[in-house]
Design a protein around this ligand. Structure first.
Ligand SMILES: [Zn+2]
Length: 158
């Protein structure tokens, strides 16, 4: 069987008067992520990892942040569309990911994120690893100015 690995990374600023969507779940927090879409850092990193594994460019190529169509869009739709691009040729074996965020605590929401993502891309929650870390108060993430996510996926050619 032929396997393909993919890597994705994404960053967003945090600001007042925005909602905080991570992994398709809305987290209660006084700040939210800034972006053209709903700014879901984890779903964007997973999209990029899927596109990378299939050598299909990146999220900006498929869903430009200059397009009205994607303004405030639910990133689950972007993930679904990305999945539709790769699923004709590849099966997703597993995803591993890490969210970097000072606060709020992400861990209590991980099971729900796994469930949401599993529903969109049709793989088991056991094949969707989501981890969380802070940067120990260092840098822009440590100061609560932004957040980041990293994702790796493995695809198998159908
Ligand atoms: Zn993003």
């Amino acid at each position: 069987m032929s396997y393909r690995i993919g890597f994705g990374i994404d960053f967003h600023q945090l600001a007042d008067a925005r909602e905080l969507w991570i992994g398709g779940v809305k987290l209660p927090h006084h700040k939210g992520a800034v972006g053209h879409s709903d700014a879901d850092v984890l779903l964007h990193a997973i999209c990029d990892a899927l596109l990378g594994a299939a050598c299909l460019g990146d999220i900006g190529v498929h869903f430009p942040n200059t397009s009205k169509e994607f303004e405030n869009i639910d990133s689950k739709i972007l993930l679904k569309r990305t999945f539709d691009l790769v699923k004709t040729r590849y099966k997703i074996i597993n995803i591993d990911s890490t969210i970097c965020l000072e606060e709020p605590k992400v861990r209590p929401h991980i099971a729900e994120m796994q469930k949401v993502i599993s529903n969109v891309i049709d793989i088991s929650v056991n094949d969707i690893s989501i981890k969380a870390t802070t940067t120990e108060k260092m840098g822009f993430i440590g100061r609560g100015e932004g957040l980041a996510a990293y994702a790796t996926v493995l695809l198998a050619k159908i």
